[in-house]
Design a protein. Structure first.
Length: 107
């Protein structure tokens, strides 16, 4: 992942929601809430600030708006998919290490 920095939970879920296909901002909010079981609720300011940053990094693409709509849609870029895959590997390592240590304490 560029910079090898852990993703915030909000960024992780935003990218993950776009892995399902293109979405507009409200659709991203709904998908994130559904995936997290209602635990993560993105405020509009948080979401649109994150989308702007992710677009600047080249992790997502803002798609051209349709003529009759002001709604912006976003899609996951290849760099965003790579960031998600790197983060998933990092999370798996955390889980494996945590399980190994905690299960070792019980033995």
């Amino acid at each position: 992942m560029p910079g090898d920095v852990a993703l915030t939970e909000a960024v992780y879920y935003i990218l993950l929601s776009l892995a399902h296909g293109k979405r507009h901002g409200y659709g991203i909010m709904q998908e994130v809430e559904a995936m997290s079981g209602g635990r993560v609720n993105l405020a509009a300011g948080t979401l649109y600030g994150a989308l702007s940053t992710l677009a600047e990094r080249g992790w997502i693409e803002e798609l051209p708006a349709q003529e009759d709509s002001r709604r912006k849609e976003y899609a996951l870029a290849a760099a965003g998919r790579a960031a998600l895959e790197t983060e998933l590997a990092r999370l798996r390592e955390l889980m494996a290490n945590g399980s190994r240590v905690l299960e070792g304490e019980r033995s």
